[in-house]
Design a protein around this ligand. Structure first.
Ligand code: HEC
Ligand code: HEC
Ligand code: HEC
Ligand code: HEC
Ligand code: HEC
Length: 379
């Protein structure tokens, strides 16, 4: 046996000895990606990790019936729960990998439905889809290639799994749409809709939310960069995303206007819980004038009154900024030479009014988060 083979054998033995959590195996060879993943919302999508999801679930009528229907998107990797063998309980999967690596990398296609889309998973073991334009269409199996008459050897593929580079959904971002497209409540009312419009944008869900960042994607190779897996807009990625929101200011006859240009291919903050705000401060002669914040939100309800998502049957108001939209907001405060205008575009994870009703107190959900800001000097 060559030393390399012995090494692989040892590696395999350690891999098989720890089978409880799926991601433990991936971590051995993909440590950087796994570490990023651990701070992503995909690793915290369960009620045990996300206080906002928990607060809504606690009030949800399905809770009393003991039927956690949310699992389909929030904790699909809890296989025993999904198969109806166990009830929702705090276990290692719920805590660490409610949406595991495999849960995305085995998505073969997306079935479209009015209620919510559905992920169709590949049944093949140790077989993962991924994207690489240079290998597009290929299926890569592990092999050693020798060159220079056998003096040099190099390996291709992964010793643990096959890779399929032929799944278009991993190139155009459609892989995200099984969970993220839209969702209806029991009354057939659409509670949440990203309203994706690709238009001619070169950016996709993947290029914006999982951009290439420094560090190799696997131990056995030095790829220099890898696709960022720490998807978490609130804590980690406001900086990654702020460049897609462009702010500008125009002085006008009786005041000024601010425009917000949304380059995202979807509605901003479509979640009914979010409150998106534009905040303007004018700094003049050492004093700060605070203008009234402008809200962008989608209010849903029943019989003309706001209600919880599972009861809603109508949209009462929708001022959210849509895909590729440029929204202009005018202010009637006259600007003076020497003023500095500070424009902040941000949001609350939970609209303070809703947070109160739901009993959400966690500062993570109740503090104003700035997505992007800009200072304008008036001349
Ligand atoms: C069709 C898939 C799907 C189902 C089913 C689903 N969700 Fe979600 N949910 C999502 C996605 C995707 C997000 C993230 C969207 C976002 O952040 O804009 C989300 C986000 C949320 C949030 C916001 C979390 C936060 O951090 O602000 C709450 C609350 C929530 N879901 C509650 C529920 C509850 C309760 C159920 C079950 C009754 C449920 N969801 C079922 C897909 C789903
Ligand atoms: C024994 C090491 C090893 C383990 C364990 C392992 N991988 Fe890999 N993986 C590799 C190697 C090596 C490559 C790169 C192969 C190549 O580029 O030729 C790779 C590539 C990949 C790719 C494709 C990267 C690309 O080029 O786009 C994905 C996706 C992936 N692995 C996912 C996983 C997941 C999910 C797990 C856990 C279930 C896992 N891997 C476990 C070694 C491993
Ligand atoms: C051009 C860049 C861009 C593209 C393409 C893009 N996004 Fe976003 N996305 C953003 C920005 C900017 C935000 C922050 C504003 C917000 O939270 O709505 C965001 C926020 C989100 C959020 C969080 C919403 C919330 O408030 O919780 C989700 C979920 C999301 N995107 C999913 C997707 C999916 C799925 C796709 C592919 C259909 C996609 N994005 C494509 C830029 C982009
Ligand atoms: C939310 C879905 C999702 C989850 C969860 C996820 N991935 Fe990925 N992963 C993707 C997508 C989409 C790509 C393709 C990005 C691209 O265009 O290169 C990718 C790319 C990769 C690559 C290739 C990286 C590169 O730079 O080309 C590896 C390796 C990988 N993932 C491993 C993992 C591992 C390990 C985990 C768990 C710790 C994981 N993924 C969890 C969606 C996911
Ligand atoms: C198996 C279902 C599933 C898939 C597939 C999936 N997501 Fe998610 N995603 C979720 C859920 C559920 C949440 C909300 C977690 C929470 O807030 O509790 C979420 C949250 C997010 C968020 C918001 C993070 C935040 O900080 O609130 C973004 C952005 C996002 N996903 C992007 C993506 C992208 C990009 C893809 C495709 C590469 C993808 N997701 C694939 C289920 C999924």
């Amino acid at each position: 046996m060559k030393t390399k083979e012995i090494l692989f054998l040892m590696l395999f033995l350690t891999l098989f000895s720890q089978a409880s959590l799926e991601n433990t195996t991936c971590k051995k060879c993909h440590p950087i990606i796994t570490e990023e993943y651990q701070s992503s919302m995909h690793s915290r999508a369960s009620i045990f990790k996300d206080p906002v999801h928990k607060a809504v679930w606690d009030k949800h009528p399905d809770k009393a019936k003991g039927h956690y229907k949310c699992a389909k998107c929030h904790t699909p990797s809890d296989h025993a729960l999904m198969a109806g063998k166990t009830k929702l309980t705090d276990n290692a999967v719920q805590e660490n990998e409610p949406i595991s690596c495999q849960q995305c990398h085995r998505i073969q296609s997306i079935e479209k439905h009015a209620k919510a889309n559905k992920n169709v998973m590949s049944k093949k073991e140790k077989y993962f889809f991924s994207a690489d334009p240079k290998r597009k269409g290929k299926e890569i199996e592990f092999k050693e290639e020798s060159s220079l008459f056998g003096l040099m050897t190099k390996t291709v593929g992964s010793p643990y799994h096959k890779i399929d580079y032929g799944n278009e959904n991993f190139y155009n971002g459609n892989v995200c749409m099984g969970c993220h497209s839209h969702k209806q409540n029991g009354k057939g009312f659409t509670v949440c809709d990203l309203e994706v419009k690709q238009n001619d944008s070169k950016e996709t869900c993947i290029t914006c939310h999982m951009p290439k960042v420094k560090g190799t994607f696997v131990n056995l190779k030095d790829s220099k960069t890898h696709a960022f897996h720490g998807v978490n807009i609130h804590k980690i990625t406001p900086e990654l995303l702020s460049k897609y929101i462009k702010l500008s200011l125009n002085k006008e006859a009786n005041g000024f206007s601010v425009t917000v240009k949304n380059e995202a291919t979807h509605t901003l903050f479509p979640q009914p819980l979010r409150l998106n705000q534009l905040r303007i401060n004018i700094e003049r002669d050492g004093k700060t004038i605070e203008l009234k914040p402008v809200n962008f939100m989608r209010v849903i309800g029943t019989n003309g009154k706001p209600s919880m998502p599972w009861l809603a049957t109508e949209v009462l108001k929708d001022t959210t900024i849509k895909a590729h939209e440029t929204r202009k907001v005018t202010f009637d405060t006259a600007l003076q030479k020497g003023d500095s205008v500070v424009v902040k575009f941000g949001y609350y994870i939970a609209n303070p009014k809703a947070a109160k009703k739901l009993g959400i107190q966690d500062p993570y959900a109740t503090e104003f988060i700035i997505l992007t800001k800009k200072r304008f000097e008036i001349e």
